[in-house]
Design a protein around this ligand. Structure first.
Ligand SMILES: *Cc1c(COP(=O)(O)O)cnc(C)c1O
Length: 389
């Protein structure tokens, strides 16, 4: 069976009524026949049928043992970090998502968890930092916003040889492009806010684990800490996931066209997109991501100033200026003043987030219109576009 057939039919038909859409069980508690005798549900934090449906769908889509739904992507990440104890260490990709960096550094370091930030685009760098205390190698691939790609399979082998688990934040690739568990990862996390829900209308987080032992631990933390996703948002996330294949395939195709257009523009300096042949790990990305390179493209301007970038992001018509990504409507963002504002400038520049770096999330609009949006914007701002020969 194909992935999408499998996905569509993993959305259950309601046994009670035949409802083809999963019912929203908006309830806090469940009536019991006798103390402890119930239909498998006892309290809204511990379990909910709408949430259970979403958790089974994401587990199947990622090819894992079980899934867990949380209030946000960061709540999902937080639940995974809670598997650790004081003295444990994490080897993490160096341009980790800003919110995860903030959580690791400003919340968990004070509980005695040490994090080493490493350029994982070269798997050998992991070997230099991994040690007996390392419990997780934490990857994002591609990363935000410079779209660095790491070899999940190779790094999983290194981690496992050192008794560490591999956690992959699969938000940017989405399960349509990349299935980290099949590549050897142990845990996958998602910001469901992005490609999974796909319509920029909710925030959500998901965790998928490869085996029962991890499932029991995450289930315990989910109930103990309580950062669950409510039934309405579980339903909306299911509704979004149903069309993920169509959306992501289209977004990837459009992103490649936009990236190719940008590389032809004289006043555009660097274009970051794993689908371009000059990308450092293009071949790895092609292999690891089923030929789907994602819907996010980043670029810098030759006039490498915040002012030049501000002019661009406030001039585009279809690319709306907003944080987040992965929705059906295209978004544009200026990381140095938005998502990466809290990162010190030196550190930001080191990780490639230049003053003029602009990040695009391609939606499902027609690619020609999105390219025309940039042509008009660049003409208006006198940013030179080299005519293709
Ligand atoms: C957005 C994002 C998160 C955080 O998710 P929220 O739903 O905003 O809490 C984590 N990782 C990545 C890669 C993201 O893009």
């Amino acid at each position: 069976m194909g992935t999408t057939t499998n996905l569509i039919h993993s959305v259950p038909v309601d046994e009670l009524t035949g409802s083809i859409s999963v019912p929203i069980y908006q309830t806090a508690t469940y009536v019991q026949e006798a103390p402890g005798v119930n239909k498998g549900f006892d309290y809204g934090r511990s379990n909910n049928p709408t949430r259970l449906a979403l958790e089974k769908i994401i587990a199947q889509l990622e090819g894992g043992h079980s899934g867990f739904a949380f209030a946000t992507g960061l709540a999902a990440i937080d639940a995974v970090v809670k598997l650790l104890s004081t003295g444990d260490e994490i080897v993490a990709v160096d341009d980790l998502y800003g919110g995860a960096y903030r959580l690791f550094t400003h919340v968990y370091e004070k509980f005695g968890i040490k994090i080493h930030y490493v350029d994982t685009t070269d798997a050998d760098n992991v070997v230099d930092y991994i040690n007996k205390k390392t419990k997780f190698v934490w990857l994002e691939s591609p990363t935000n916003p410079t779209l660095k790609v790491s070899d999940i399979k190779k790094i999983a082998a290194i981690a496992h040889a050192n008794n560490a688990l591999v956690v992959v934040d699969n938000t940017f690739a989405s399960p349509i492009a990349q299935q980290p568990l099949a590549l050897g990862a142990d845990i996958v996390v998602h910001s469901g806010t992005k490609y999974l829900a796909g319509h920029s209308d909710l925030v959500a987080g998901l965790v998928v684990v490869k085996d029962e032992a991890l499932a029991e631990k995450i289930k315990f933390i989910q109930n103990a800490s309580g950062g669950i996703l409510g039934p309405q948002d579980c339903w909306l996330t299911i509704r979004g996931i149903e069309t993920i294949t169509l959306r992501v395939e289209r977004q990837c195709k459009t992103a490649l066209a936009v990236a190719e257009f940008l590389t032809q523009c004289e006043d555009v300096d660097k274009v970051y997109y794993p689908g371009l042949a000059h990308h450092k790990n293009h071949e790895l990305a092609a292999r690891q991501q089923n030929g789907l390179f994602g819907g996010v493209v980043s670029f810098t301007l030759k006039d490498d100033t915040e002012e030049a970038a501000t002019a661009v992001v406030t001039t585009t018509r279809y690319f709306k200026l907003a944080e987040s990504l992965g929705g059906v409507k295209s978004l544009i963002c200026h990381p140095s003043q938005m998502t990466h504002k809290s990162v010190p400038r030196e550190k930001r520049l080191q990780s490639g987030v230049a003053d003029s770096l602009i990040r695009l999330s391609c939606g499902i609009e027609d690619a020609e219109d999105l390219i025309a949006d940039f042509k008009l914007t660049f003409e208006k701002l006198k940013i030179k576009i080299k005519q293709p020969v």
